[in-house]
Ligand binder design. Structure first.
Ligand SMILES: [Zn+2]
Length: 79
């Protein structure tokens, strides 16, 4: 992988982390870069059918973890 496309991929993963990934009650939120389960550090109250959480990836060698990017997750109550 050349450097330009690596950077483009990191930017894409960072955008995904900031705009919000899906949260599953079973598997939690996955880091958009490395796929590891991201640790929750803040859980917001339910806002209608939506609950937002903030996570950090702690995997070694992960670009999102190295950059200290916050991963936002969105849980939607579909019941
Ligand atoms: Zn990661």
């Amino acid at each position: 992988m050349d450097r330009g496309s690596l950077i483009a991929d990191i930017v894409l993963a960072k955008d995904e982390a900031e705009s919000g990934v899906d949260y599953s009650p079973r598997t939690g939120a996955r880091c958009p870069w490395c796929g590891a389960r991201a640790r929750i550090y803040r859980t917001m109250p339910w806002d209608g059918p939506i609950r937002v959480r903030y996570h950090r990836c702690e995997a070694s060698g992960c670009a999102i973890a190295a950059l200290g990017v916050t991963i936002k997750s969105i849980q939607e109550d579909k019941t």
